[in-house]
Design a protein around this ligand. Structure first.
Ligand code: SAM
Length: 219
């Protein structure tokens, strides 16, 4: 068994993606724990996390690092956020926005164990409602199953530092089920041209379909 560093805070253990577990002995969604040289890793499956799928599909611009402030839109019960929490470490901050009360209950429980995550029960379409809580961030990660996805990212970009990075998952079916996905992606990205430079676009196949994973940099 051997752990190799892929990006700061992201490892492969026996060829499988993993992060160092910030909360020893605890799993978040039933993922496997592996101990090597006294370090505990949590396997990060691409079938459960679109960020893991993007890394497996060759993501180059992985900019999330130790001590970063991250605004995460659509945390659900915290699967991907928990791995970002491992990466940013104890001095990092993850502001987790979620509209569903049911999912937020699980996320709040997770935040008790992971002190670098802060739960925000809110609709990401109205960022003014959490403007007093969120700081200027290094990263925005957005994975919301909502219709106005580009608009949500644009409205929330006021919380992103100039030169900061956005990881944007576009779910074509939530925007328009009738349109071909490629058309949806093009239209959504056109809405962001004035605010962001597009760095990378990745398909998430075979792990996930009908999604485009996009990396953007704030102008
Ligand atoms: C695909 S899930 C997110 C999964 C999560 N990012 C992960 O990888 O672990 C999408 C989430 O977006 C949330 N959502 C949908 N519309 C939203 C909105 N307007 N504001 C905040 N969250 C929203 C849904 O409730 C759902 O939990």
């Amino acid at each position: 068994m051997s752990a190799k560093s892929l990006f700061p805070g992201v490892y492969t253990v026996d060829g499988k993606l993993a992060t160092k577990n910030m909360v020893k002995g605890k799993t978040v969604y039933g993922e496997k724990l592996i101990v090597e040289k006294n370090v505990e890793y949590r396997l990060w499956t691409p079938y459960r996390s679109k960020l893991s799928a993007a890394i497996m599909n060759g993501l180059n611009d992985f900019k999330i690092k130790s001590e970063d402030a991250v605004l995460y839109l659509g945390v659900a019960s915290g699967t991907t956020p928990s791995h970002i929490s491992d990466i940013i470490g104890e001095k990092g901050r993850l502001y987790g926005v979620e509209i569903s009360e049911r999912s937020m209950r699980d996320f709040v429980t997770l935040c008790h164990a992971r002190k670098n995550m802060l739960p925000i029960l809110a609709d990401a379409r109205y960022p003014e409602n959490y403007a007093d809580t969120v700081e200027q961030c290094d990263i925005i990660y957005q994975d919301v199953a909502a219709k106005e996805q580009a608009m949500i990212l644009k409205e929330n970009s006021k919380f992103l530092k100039k030169g900061g990075y956005a990881y944007f998952v576009i779910k074509s079916q939530s925007v328009d089920m009738a349109k071909p996905p490629k058309e949806v992606y093009k239209e959504e990205l056109a809405k962001l041209e004035s605010t962001f430079e597009i760095l990378e676009k990745l398909s998430l196949e075979p792990y996930d379909s009908l999604h485009l994973f996009v990396v953007l940099k704030k102008k």
